[in-house]
Design a protein around this ligand. Structure first.
Ligand code: HEM
Length: 411
């Protein structure tokens, strides 16, 4: 079947908005993702997305940023500080799984053992989105069997107890015993309020939705965070004063984060299938069932828009046409990322930079904590990239905390 590649930035934006292109990036997975929001289309997609989007309102961000994040970050930072460092390839997943599990509505004991168990299960589920990008496709059947096993364990160990607890709370709300503001603010509760019974939403679909929510939030952000740490540590070699500048200047911090997201979109491509013959914005035609692949890495590195040095990490660039510095890393059109604010914040300006409620995003919060403790490369161990998928995952990114580099923050 023929595949059409879109690499122009404006064409990509327009292509992602076409209503007759169906999600196709995850077609290789037949077990986990087919009924999750990222694969649905049309009205079914709009309904599920609206429910999940309702979780992310101002009350959510304020509560998470000021109460949940600091605790979750501390939970992962403390053991790393005690050990004098760690491996970012592990640290990034640990810290972000804790943050996203809360917004999904998955309860767990806040111990390293529980975090690592959830991580191990989601690590197996994490092969679903990248299955279509395997460099060795013969692994597919083994991975599908692993997916089934991991889903069963996630259901029994994490989802069922979390769901039962929320069903009881929602029943209290329905009976008028508690107020709406007393309800937990998470994806499982939002879905229960909209679709309370298994007739409204099959149990299996509810469970996979919860697992996907954590995956979409934690694994993407963890991958971006690893590249972020790698890029800033390189940058500090030539600009050592920026360690301190980053702590003091939220606008500069965001430039570093959006620039890194531009260069390293969590998924290098997104893919669609034509539902009917159509004329594409870049002038090409696609027949029914043909694939249209938007290359996010290429769109984000266009020299006309991002400058001659578009391949390099340069947080001080000003993209043309007032484009966001992160480019198309959060997708576009109907499937645009719903966790962007959570990960990388709102656009920070002179007007909102000091306000307590300004959403700065999880990457900024974690990076600040790492800088506060003097994060640096481990001189005795080198970083390695995992080449098994086209996504740029680190196999290992060892780091230490060097007290002589620790910086403090006024904020
Ligand atoms: C830096 C971090 C992140 C990046 C780079 C990222 C990127 C993306 C991209 C490119 C898409 C579109 C996929 C497509 O068109 O096929 C997407 C969708 C999605 N993202 Fe994110 N994401 C990030 C963080 C998050 C977070 C923190 C959450 C939630 C807690 C989240 C939840 C979702 C969901 C639910 C979708 C599916 C939306 C839909 O299909 O309508 N993401 N993300």
């Amino acid at each position: 079947m023929s595949e059409h590649f879109v690499t122009g930035y404006r064409y990509a934006e327009q292509t992602l908005r076409l209503p007759d292109l169906h999600q196709a990036l995850y077609d290789a997975d037949t077990v986990f993702l087919p009924k999750t929001v990222v694969c649905l289309h049309g009205e079914e997609h709009t309904k599920k997305k609206r429910i999940f989007s309702s979780v992310f309102n101002r009350r959510f961000y304020k509560h998470y940023q000021n109460h949940v994040f600091p605790k979750a970050v501390k939970e992962t930072m403390d053991p790393a500080i005690a050990a004098g460092g760690g491996d970012m390839a592990q640290f990034a997943y640990r810290v972000l799984i804790n943050l996203t599990a809360d917004s999904a509505g998955i309860d767990r004991r806040h111990t390293e053992k529980d975090t690592d168990r959830l991580l191990a299960l989601l690590g197996k589920l994490g092969h679903a989105p990248t299955m279509g990008q395997l460099t060795d496709p013969s692994d597919r059947n083994r991975l599908l069997a692993e997916l089934k096993e991991a889903l069963d364990a996630f259901r029994d160990e994490f989802f069922e107890p979390s769901l039962a607890k929320r069903k009881a709370i929602v029943a209290q709300f329905a009976a008028g015993v508690i107020e709406k503001s007393d309800l937990p603010q998470d994806a499982i509760t939002a879905q229960l309020l909209s679709d309370p019974t298994d007739e409204d939403l099959p149990y299996d679909e509810r469970m996979k939705d919860a697992a996907f929510f954590i995956l979409a939030g934690a694994f993407t952000t963890a991958n971006v965070l690893m590249n972020q740490v790698n890029n800033v540590l390189d940058w500090f070699e030539d600009h050592p004063k920026d360690r301190q500048n980053l702590m003091e200047d939220p606008i500069l911090m965001q430039k570093f984060i959006w620039e890194n997201a531009r260069l390293h979109p969590a998924s290098p491509i997104t893919k669609r299938r034509a539902l009917c013959p159509m004329h594409l914005p870049d002038g090409h035609n696609a027949n029914t069932d043909e694939f249209v692949t938007v290359d996010l890495t290429k769109t984000n590195r266009h020299t006309d828009l991002f400058g001659k040095d578009a391949e390099a990490f340069n947080p001080h660039r000003t993209p043309g046409n007032n484009l966001p510095l992160h480019g198309l890393s959060f997708g576009g059109g109907a499937h645009v990322c719903l966790g962007k604010l959570l990960a990388v914040g709102v656009r920070i300006t002179e007007d909102n930079k000091d306000a307590e409620e300004t959403e700065v995003g999880t990457i900024a919060l974690v990076l600040k904590d790492l800088l506060r403790h003097g994060v640096a490369r481990d001189p005795s161990r080198t970083a390695e990239i995992d080449e098994s998928t086209a996504r740029r995952h680190f196999k290992t990114l060892p780091f230490i905390f060097d007290r002589t580099l620790a910086v403090s923050s006024n904020a």
